[in-house]
Design a protein around this ligand. Sequence first.
Ligand SMILES: Cc1cc2nc3c(=O)[nH]c(=O)nc-3n(C[C@H](O)[C@H](O)[C@H](O)COP(=O)(O)OP(=O)(O)OC[C@H]3O[C@@H](n4cnc5c(N)ncnc54)[C@H](O)[C@@H]3O)c2cc1C
Length: 301
Amino acid sequence: MRANDKAAARLKELGIELRQGISLADNTSLGIGGTTDEILLRQYETIPQVMRLLADEQIPYRFLGGGTNVLVADGELAWVVLHLPSARPGVRVEGNAAYVDASADLGGMVTFCAKNDLGGMEGLIGVPGSVGGALRMNAGAYGTQIGPHVREVELYRAASGKIETLSGAEIRFDYRHTSFAPDDVMLRVKLELPSKPFKDILAGIRVCNEKRRVSQPLNQKSAGCIFKNPPGGSAGRMIDELGLKGHRVGDAMVSDRHANFFVNVANASCSDMLKLIDDVRERVRVAYGMELENEVIFWRN
Ligand SMILES: Cc1cc2nc3c(=O)[nH]c(=O)nc-3n(C[C@H](O)[C@H](O)[C@H](O)COP(=O)(O)OP(=O)(O)OC[C@H]3O[C@@H](n4cnc5c(N)ncnc54)[C@H](O)[C@@H]3O)c2cc1C
């Protein structure tokens, strides 16, 4: 789907940038996905107008953060993407509070806070993507999740058509799942972080970086873990026990480093990756009687 002429003209009037014919393979960490138009939301106050325009013109959309947790369909896509371009650093610190733009890079935010002697987020250092994506997914690693630090979120709510502020207590953060509505757009967050000397935070960051370096295929195209861990279990361990590391469909492969990371070794298509996901899910179901749920988000056409 492309923004039609009327929508393109209206976006121009509003001073909003429209990038036509972008490849989502070039804008996602898996390197898979077809082409569409991208609307860059630089001024948050214009978001309600953009949303009204898309509704009036019946143009469906998806919201793209850093593109590190999505598997996108191939070909000409049936929807446009909305994106908040990032301005660095996108973080301001006041006492124990960090005010962060959703477009900010998550790792950049963790180091910025560390330099201001605010810790508690060391585990998130190697999670790629944006702060908005981390909020949506309740990103977490090595015992840390973003949710418990959230005090306020400013967001566009499709239900009201307005920009609103929710307190942390109004939002439920579960394992890789949150209570935001699917069409809410997170814009800014206030986090409360514990004071900690920079050198101690840095030591924690180094430990987490090293754990990732030895266990994950960081130089290959992936979306992190494909499946959520079942309660009390490990998807990666089950896949590994079935001897599936290195198992391939076309150019989509179960990483030989981490069995829950599926990598695009060259030019995998979305259908290769989907076949691999379904095949592995089925083998785990047969062997363990457990139905693995996707952690990666599939954007169908
Ligand atoms: C090498 C690697 C390692 C990873 N390790 C981890 C890990 O340890 N822990 C972990 O939790 N994840 C991990 N991930 C997955 C991924 O990095 C996280 O889920 C990340 O938080 C996604 O952020 P993103 O900005 O890339 O979101 P995207 O992939 O762009 O989007 C993910 C979802 O969030 C929505 N979204 C994004 N921004 C916004 C916004 N501003 N408002 C509303 N919705 C939004 C999108 O619409 C989509 O539904 C890893 C990924 C890779 C590639």
